[in-house]
Ligand binder design. Sequence first.
Ligand code: FMN
Length: 207
Amino acid sequence: MSFLKNLSWRYATKKFDGRAVSASDLDSIVEAIHLAPSASGAQPYHVIVASGELKNQLIQSSKQIGKIDASHLFVFCTRTDYPDRAEKQIALVAEIQGTTIEALAGLRTTVDRATLVEPSALRAWAARQTYIALGFALAACAELGVDAAPMEGFSPAEFHSILGLPEYIQPVVIMAVGYRDPADPAQPSMRKKVRFPKEDLFDFRAE
Ligand SMILES: Cc1cc2nc3c(=O)[nH]c(=O)nc-3n(C[C@H](O)[C@H](O)[C@H](O)COP(=O)(O)O)c2cc1C
């Protein structure tokens, strides 16, 4: 199955060769993030796709990232502007699916249950949804033959300031994309991937 082959091909690339990812591949990655599922369909995230000088400034702001010659930097942020966002979501569902806001009382209850919690729990919930979007982006990159490095080792506060984001939008994880340096010894064809054995991760049960 080519999907699994592509997942074996991918690795968290740190050595890029400086080539730019095409606009159409970027569109496909964005589309995968857009189609990612989220609890209650709430999509409590915002993704900035930085390139050029802004990308360089972001990379240089965080010593942990090191020198990477990526084409673009995806900055995955949580958003916690509830209950405003829930109202927008309900109106959007009504508009797209041709129903009334009143008929969506069930959705309102679900979204309210998920989001009307204390701020730290809301941020944690939003982060969980955001990481699903990151997973879809990483899988899309693998399918497209685009190399990608997910990273939590960066300075969210620096990124927040450089990007001039409001309080309710907070960077949580980033993904650098580009093309691997063909001589990078860390790539899976030169260095074996390490994963815990399946028995360690899975437990098939029938009762
Ligand atoms: C959410 C997340 C955060 C990560 N953060 C970092 C990071 O800050 N720095 C880093 O060098 N690698 C980071 N990685 C890469 C992992 O170390 C890497 O994915 C893991 O070792 C598996 O290797 P592979 O992706 O090459 O198969 C991160 C990966 C994920 C999924």
